[in-house]
Design a protein around this ligand. Sequence first.
Ligand SMILES: Nc1ncnc2c1ncn2[C@@H]1O[C@H](COP(=O)(O)OP(=O)(O)OP(=O)(O)O)[C@@H](O)[C@H]1O
Ligand SMILES: [Mg+2]
Length: 392
Amino acid sequence: MAEIVLDGVTKRYPDGTTAVSELDLKIADKEFIILVGPSGCGKSTTLNMIAGLEDISAGELTIGGARMNEKAPRDRDIAMVFQSYALYPHMTVAENIAFPLRLAKVGKAESKRKVQEAAHLLDIEQFLDRRPAHLSGGQRQRVAMGRAIVRDPKAFLMDEPLSNLDAKLRVQMRTMISRLQKHLGTTTVYVTHDQTEAMTLGDRIVLMRKGVVQQMGPPEELYEHPHNLFVAGFIGSPSMNFLNADVTSDGLQTVLGPIPVSDRMRRALEANNAPAQVIVGIRPEAFGDARLVRERRPEGHDLTFTGHVDVLESLGAEKFAYIDLGSSGAIESEHLAEAFQGNVTDQSRSQLIARLDPMSRARRGENIELDYDPDAIDLFEPETGVNLSERV
Ligand SMILES: Nc1ncnc2c1ncn2[C@@H]1O[C@H](COP(=O)(O)OP(=O)(O)OP(=O)(O)O)[C@@H](O)[C@H]1O
Ligand SMILES: [Mg+2]
């Protein structure tokens, strides 16, 4: 049993930086939790406090019911895997994996059996006699995982373990880690700044911003019901589209044209004392090629608008149309600026991205009529970023 509980855990560095602020998090036994957020939001600090590599300034950490705040890292019975593999170059793969067992004075036969078992799980049996220098990055990372696995720890703590690998290998390793975690049933806390990794790996996501948790829950929940602009912008690739809207008695006035407001939405706006200007959020997949939609659903009466296709990306199973909205579409929001940090394709805020069926005849440089469902939109308060439509 290794439930990990953080109760009001706070980290203040000596220079006054508050890296993590009153974090409450209950990680169930066997659960796979992802800490995600932009650079500097406090992910590694949180992980390091769980590991005992950083002191906890306030609050309490328990693992398996026992208070850990004052316990040394080696007494916490957890294994860490980092971005850098930190393997011993002069040892073979087998010796590297066996290293923690040697420290724990585990017998030769037992140690050999455990190394074999881990190597089998990780599919690196054929490399056991090699030295790390003669392995690929992915293989090295698997050796590092092996070293964590043989200890049979209460929990795995992983800090961006895949970020040194190329994109394809990352996807393979992701699948492997996910399978391995389910197989071993070891409580795992995994840090990444990559929302795709977060969406695909864990049971639950904890999305942080400047040391404060913005939302935690299963991936679909953050995707479908983001609590605020930051969450909405951070989760999803390509990101949700955002537009300014004036709230009038006839509905929302946007650069796409007027959007009628449903009764539910109207109630939400009133209940929240919504300002006269809000931000509309629409996911790329909420749009469709109007021509195709009409063919398939003649009775459909969603909203349509016509836009100019600046860029078209055909990925086989889907097409992404980048629609130029001009400067009137641009949004200034610190919430979004932070959510999009480092995400180059989303930085141009006067663009709308529509995910279209591969059958769409959208062409670069031409206009296209797009269809969208007014009920698929979210409304946000521009200042606070709060999702108005979620709080009815
Ligand atoms: N020793 C330190 N002294 C003062 N501030 C620190 C120290 N270590 C980290 N910080 C600050 O604490 C905040 C959180 O850092 P942390 O390393 O936890 O971020 P992170 O979410 O892991 O980011 P990244 O994705 O870049 O790894 C940052 O603002 C960082 O500058
Ligand atoms: Mg970090």
